[in-house]
Ligand binder design. Sequence first.
Ligand SMILES: [Mn+2]
Length: 248
Amino acid sequence: MSNAGKTLFISDLHLDADLPAITQCFLNYVGNAAGSDALYILGDFFEIWVGDDDRNQLTDTVAQALQTLAASGTKVYLMHGNRDFLLGKAYAERCGAQLVDDPSVIDCYGQKLVLMHGDSLCTRDLEYMKFRKMVRSERWQSDFLERSLVERHMIAQQTRQQSKEQSSHKASDIMDVTPQEVLDVLHDKQVNILVHGHTHRPSVHTIRLQEPINGQNEALRIVLGSWDSKGWSLEFSEQGYELKHFPH
Ligand SMILES: [Mn+2]
């Protein structure tokens, strides 16, 4: 099937050297993406990212695959997630990709979309919002990146462990997006479609709007899936969209 006139969105692959089946699934996906207009990777592409200088076989293989896709004419975009927010320009360049802001508004075949990772929408998780603010500060990031790779990996492991423990005590609605936050983003950007990942709850939600946006009383929130048990991809074209999943 031809990919001409298609734009693809994925997120939450959580690529990890210890989970080669997911990496292989991604490499196959990238091979099949040839000919598409664009590929957007909306965060948590890697399970962990301690700096672009942490080169290894996984990050090299992935960069090579994306570089090949980009060289064939598909535009490749990377957005930060809460795991890989330290992924920098150097690595993006190795992928032939461009880093994009969270949120970003794009025009997709005449339809405006707002793209996000999704963690910033989960405002009821006050503990996480505090942590996010800290680690997204320039000061924290430069302090962290000055440490040795060994130290950075140690800190990342500890943080991951703490976050797992805390998450297990949190109510499930706290870990989901705040509905009012979604409305605020849609109204602020004047867009009727939001695409995000992060929550690992793939779905298409129709939202009734109290105040119309672009003359419409409805908006869509399309949630991408995590690749832990299968792959997920959103495909957009002039004909519409489809949220697909496929086995590893
Ligand atoms: Mn996430």
